[in-house]
Design a binder for this molecule. Structure first.
Ligand SMILES: Cc1ncc(COP(=O)(O)O)c(C=O)c1O
Length: 400
């Protein structure tokens, strides 16, 4: 740092205390680096960083040390070569599709049961750009095979555990079909998190997380990440330098901090969700419970195989018998521990009405085709005492 003692008050206000040379100690927790630009000894050094012939940072839209720490941590948890962070899960999904080659004149085959914004991204934005999209039931391999054969897609997309119907995707089987036909497999693994499954190890080419959910875990940050090979990461990186859908250093720091308790939170949430799902099945006002941990779930055995008995996730959904929107709203408003908020994967227990929130952008016919009724409620089980969660659900059910 230059000696500023002889400089004016105005100049010292700008420069004093800044650009202290690196310390010879290492902070235990990763620092937040909220800087846009960087200084080097010489312009040649900066030139070499631009040219990738020496490591370094040049600009916040390109990369950032705090964001890189988060990316390295997620890549490690997924057992993958690399990760590229984004400002949201949707930005990550969009980027992964582009990296898989989606553009005008190409086609995509995707699971019918996916997060509403993903559905709309595919069926509105992408189709409007001249991409052909076919939505299929990915639990029906014959249907997937024939759609892939017919469409010759560059990307096959599924959620490892689907939102909101909790279907489990057979990732090795989907990877086999995709690769045999020259397509990339994209898996949104937001609901499962790397605690339950590493889709990349099972053949997925791009694994996507809304890091807003389990990875961060505390309902205070919007973030996304794509986990993939180093080669794909380089392409994602170059595109994001142009597009700028970046994660900021403050959000990256929160997400990195959240990751540290992912296994502890997931263990608790999986245990509690299993108990809540079993309990809901015994309630008279509940028609159907969707949760892969239940023995009568159509992919229960698959979930056991893929998740290696670590659990079945913290989200479940259930249908309130004969309920319309107003009855479901009354149920949700009667809850005091489970909060009606439009997110999931937090430490808080959260309920959501898919028909009027996450899947609101679908038409009535589309929701009917997916299987989302007006009586469907999604519950993301938090880390509160499971007894308190059950008592809350019980008293709200009794009020409708
Ligand atoms: C399965 C799934 N994928 C992606 C997203 C989008 O993530 P974000 O809200 O971080 O953009 C969500 C959001 O709820 C989701 O549930």
């Amino acid at each position: 740092m230059n000696d500023l003692s002889q400089k004016s008050f105005q100049t010292r206000a700008v420069h004093a205390g800044e650009r202290v040379p690196p310390a010879d100690y290492t902070p235990v927790a990763s620092p937040i680096w909220p800087t846009v630009g960087y200084l080097y000894e010489s312009m040649d050094d900066l030139d070499a960083v631009f040219a990738h012939t020496r490591p370094g940072q040049v600009y916040l839209r390109y990369s950032n040390p705090t964001v890189e720490a988060f990316e390295a941590a997620v890549a490690s948890l997924e057992g993958a070569q690399a990760a590229q962070a984004y400002g949201s899960g949707m930005a990550a999904i969009h980027a992964a599709f582009l990296a898989a080659g989606v553009k005008a004149g190409t086609s995509v085959v995707a699971a019918l049961d996916v997060y509403g914004a993903t559905y709309t991204l595919l069926n509105s934005l992408f189709t409007g750009m001249g991409v052909q999209v076919r939505m299929v039931d990915v639990s029906n391999q014959a249907e997937v095979e024939s759609a892939v054969k017919e469409m010759n897609p560059c990307a096959l997309f599924a959620e490892s555990i689907s939102n909101p119907l909790l279907k489990v995707a057979d990732i090795p089987a989907l990877a086999e079909i995709a690769h045999r036909h020259g397509a990339s497999l994209l898996v949104d693994s937001t609901f499962a998190s790397p605690y339950l499954i590493n889709p990349g190890a099972l053949g997925a080419d791009f694994v996507i997380h809304s890091a807003t959910k389990y990875l961060s875990g505390h309902g205070d940050v919007l973030a996304g990440v794509v986990v993939t090979s180093q080669e794909n990461k380089n392409r994602l990186f170059e595109t994001n330098k142009l597009v700028g859908a970046v994660l900021g250093p403050f959000e990256a720091w929160l997400a990195l901090r959240g990751l540290k308790t992912l296994p502890l939170r997931m263990k608790q949430q999986c245990q509690s969700a299993l108990q809540v799902a079993g309990w809901l099945q015994t309630r008279p006002g509940v028609k159907k419970v969707n949760y892969p941990g239940l023995p009568d779930h159509p992919q229960h055995a698959l979930a056991d195989r893929l998740f290696e008995n670590k659990g079945y996730g913290g989200v479940l959904s259930f249908e309130i018998d004969g309920a319309d929107k107003s009855k479901v709203y009354r149920f949700m408003e009667s809850l005091t521990i489970c909060l009606p908020a439009t997110t999931l994967g937090d430490i808080y227990s959260l309920v959501l009405h898919p028909a009027t929130s996450s899947h609101r952008s679908l038409t009535d016919e589309e929701r009917a085709r997916v299987g989302i009724s007006d009586g469907l409620v999604r519950l993301s089980v938090g880390i509160e005492s499971v007894d308190d969660i059950l008592a809350d659900l019980g008293s709200a059910l009794a009020k409708i």
